[in-house]
Design a protein around this ligand. Structure first.
Ligand SMILES: [Zn+2]
Length: 319
């Protein structure tokens, strides 16, 4: 095990001593503040620091992995919390507003992957609740694990799931995105030689350090990026010409030259030009921040669909 995360800034604080049992499990928190400086002051005042704090793209590490952190309550008797091999991450932000930035999600996701490699923690998690789901800030809240479940837990969870604690951070954090794992994990080793596509490629969709390759047949090749389905093997009326992520990057749309739109993952279908006779083929699709999309055609035609999409004018190409 490597004790210190290479990508973290070391800001060492007190630890809670050696672990008293296993297996390793991960606990996510939110700092309930707006800055690392504020979080650090609270840690030092309360002796409540985690192993790691994340703010946007930045990671600080306070305790080596092989020692217990102390961001949770541990009542006398009962089960151990901090010292039951709990690796703890505090994310700067609030449980009530779990709309983490894409930078934060990507930074926490990478940190989680590194911790899993060091400790064997499994990339799984229970459901996360918010205060809209009822009174969850209590010892016997429905989401909190029973002592026996906690003792054997070997995945990720939130402070809200830990027994002997009343906090409900990190709320409904984006756990689905945080648990996206590379297709190139040891279980899915990189193939020897490149896989062969059945059609030419039309676009790349970037994701962190990874990307998707999208082919004219709607085939998708994912390289350290999430895969939500493809049109490989599906007969198409016209070739795929472009694709784009949804705002959450938990899905994507593809568009065909005939204006047909194909949603995947959390992408929603808001309409298409598939049934309309076009003067010139569609050549591009672009997402709005609100979850809609705009199609562009070769002759300059612009076709908006869904939330945030509007026709603002267009130039024409008469060629
Ligand atoms: Zn917490």
């Amino acid at each position: 095990m490597t004790d210190w995360y290479p990508a973290a800034t070391k800001d060492q604080m007190g630890d809670a001593g050696a672990y008293v049992g296993g297996p390793y499990r991960g606990v996510l928190h939110t700092t309930e503040g707006t800055s690392y400086i504020g979080a650090k002051q609270a840690y030092l005042k309360n002796g409540s620091n985690p192993h790691f704090t994340v703010e946007g793209k930045k990671v600080w590490q306070h305790v080596p992995l092989s020692k217990a952190a102390r961001a949770m309550k541990n009542l006398p008797g009962g089960v151990e919390t901090n010292r039951l091999s709990a690796i703890q991450i505090e994310v700067v932000g609030f449980a009530r507003t779990p709309d983490w930035s894409l930078d934060t999600i990507e930074t926490v996701r990478k940190l989680m992957i590194w911790i899993e490699e060091q400790t064997g923690i499994k990339p799984s998690a229970p459901r996360f609740l918010s205060d809209k789901d009822g009174w969850i800030a209590r010892l016997d809240a429905p989401q909190r694990m029973a002592a026996n479940a906690w003792k054997t837990w070997d995945g990720w969870c939130g402070h809200q799931h830990v027994p002997e604690n009343t906090h409900w951070d990190p709320g409904t954090c984006p756990i689905t995105a945080l648990l996206i794992r590379s297709p190139l994990t040891p279980e899915n080793p990189k193939p020897v030689g490149a896989p062969m596509a059945n059609a030419p490629f039309v676009t790349l969709l970037q994701f962190g350090e990874g990307y998707l390759q999208v082919g004219a047949d709607g085939g998708v090749f994912a390289w350290e990026a999430p895969f939500f389905g493809s049109l490989g093997g599906v007969p198409l009326n016209a070739p795929i010409v472009d694709a784009c992520w949804t705002p959450t990057r938990m899905g994507y749309w593809m568009v065909g030259a005939d204006g047909g739109v194909f949603p995947f993952g959390d992408a929603v279908f808001h309409g298409s030009m598939g049934d309309v006779k076009l003067n010139q083929p569609v050549t591009s699709i672009s997402a709005t921040e609100e979850g809609g999309y705009i199609l562009g055609a070769k002759d300059g035609g612009v076709f908006p669909f869904g939330p945030g999409a509007a026709h603002r004018g267009n130039a024409l190409w008469a060629g």
